[in-house]
Design a protein around this ligand. Structure first.
Ligand SMILES: NC(=O)c1ccc[n+]([C@@H]2O[C@H](COP(=O)([O-])OP(=O)(O)OC[C@H]3O[C@@H](n4cnc5c(N)ncnc54)[C@H](O)[C@@H]3O)[C@@H](O)[C@H]2O)c1
Length: 357
């Protein structure tokens, strides 16, 4: 029997979802929490009966000496907190996006190598049974040659009205870095991370500055701290093998009220597999379009959602891989790849031209 890993969480917004994974895992014990917001910190510590309570992450790392740390801070703090945790000897699960720049992401990968610790990314949507089915189908060869991938995340009124999501300095970007990162990762992961060669993108900032289409805000009630990021955009990518990808992401647009959906379509010479998830639902999310005996057919796969999913399943999976001495399946290198795509995408949009990677 291996020893339980002593886990800690920095940032208790989405960090609560990480906690669920640590608290229900036989491989870990949640020993410390950190949040600058003392009320949030004390409430979470009381709810989960966690002894270690800190408002400063460096103090927590020094005193609690965790084996594994979830970094769930605003984007611009991912790099400093992750590097500090790695240097303190902990493995890290870092929330997405990995960092706000390629430069910082590289420093994080280097810190993990130097410390000989695992740096893992929090890509929770990989841990849906329907996403996993798509990944298996993509890798099985059943779709023939996959020549195009369509990815999207579209919301009608979905600009986050809390935290620092509207601040470029704190978050590095808007809808594309917040939602785009998930679907870019899903598309690249399903395709086995093909080398992206070029990107042509455009972004827009139309609703956020006026407080329109923002969660928890009345029209005209602007977000504290301002809004200087994209609230939507699109991109066209080419890979070295000639495959193309099209990405469409919106935090806000005029469409079906309350729409919030993401999806991936894998178009192959022998079939198309499609994942369309509305409102984070689990029913009727998959289609396979193919031909049987010369006729076009639609297959409706039904996958079971009976185990743990999302962040909880992700934490269980990563802990299990570490305990078994395996390389974790979600790596810092993959996080860096997605940040490279995002940085090139923003550069392409700013310069109004195609960018080579
Ligand atoms: N994987 C997902 O589906 C998902 C969902 C939501 C958020 N996220 C990511 O998680 C991160 C946090 O987002 P959130 O929605 O939880 O934001 P949030 O604002 O709700 O929570 C962030 C927490 O960090 C704390 N904090 C800020 N600076 C700190 C510091 N220096 N030291 C200690 N605590 C500090 C804040 O007090 C706050 O409680 C972001 O990177 C976001 O992109 C991922």
């Amino acid at each position: 029997m291996t020893n339980k890993l002593r886990a800690a969480i920095i940032g208790l917004g989405v960090g609560k979802a990480h906690a669920k994974g640590y608290l229900s895992s036989p491989d870990a014990e949640l020993v410390a929490l950190c949040d600058a917001n003392e009320e949030r910190l004390l409430q979470s510590a009381a709810d989960w009966k966690v002894e270690g309570k800190y408002t400063d992450f460096q103090t927590m790392l020094t005193e609690a000496k965790p084996d594994i740390v979830s970094v769930c801070l605003p984007n611009a703090l991912h790099a400093p907190a992750t590097i500090a945790a790695l240097q303190a000897g902990a493995h890290v699960v870092c929330e997405k996006p990995m960092a706000v720049s390629v430069e910082e992401s590289r420093q994080m990968v280097a810190a993990a190598e130097q410390a000989n610790r695992h740096l893992m990314m929090s890509y929770n949507y990989r841990y849906r049974p329907d996403s996993q089915w798509m990944c298996r189908v993509a890798q099985s060869g059943r779709l023939g040659t996959i020549y195009h991938v369509n990815i999207h995340w579209r919301r009608e009124t979905g600009i986050p009205g809390w935290g620092l999501f509207g601040s470029k300095a704190a978050s590095g970007g808007g809808a594309l870095i917040d939602l785009g990162v998930h679907v870019i990762d899903l598309g690249l992961w399903m395709m086995g991370f093909p080398a992206v060669q070029s990107i042509s993108a455009s972004t827009r900032t139309l609703f956020g500055p006026e407080g329109r289409k923002t969660w928890g805000r009345k029209p005209g009630q602007a977000i504290e701290g301002g809004f200087d990021v994209d609230d939507g955009g699109m991109a066209f990518l080419r890979t070295a093998s000639g495959m193309t990808m099209f990405l469409q992401v919106t935090w806000a647009e005029h469409t079906t009220p309350q729409e919030d959906s993401f999806g991936v379509e894998l178009h192959g010479t022998e079939g198309t597999a499609a994942l369309h998830v509305r409102h984070y639902g689990k029913d009727d999310t998959l289609r396979l379009y193919t031909e049987i005996e010369g006729e076009a057919v639609t297959v409706i796969p039904s996958v079971r959602f009976d185990g743990t999913q999302g962040h909880e399943a992700m934490i269980h999976s990563l802990l299990g891989q570490i305990q078994r001495g395996e390389t974790p399946s979600s790596t810092g290198i993959q996080g860096l790849t997605t940040v490279q795509v995002l940085e090139a995408l923003y550069r392409s949009a700013a310069e109004g031209r195609e960018v080579k990677l």
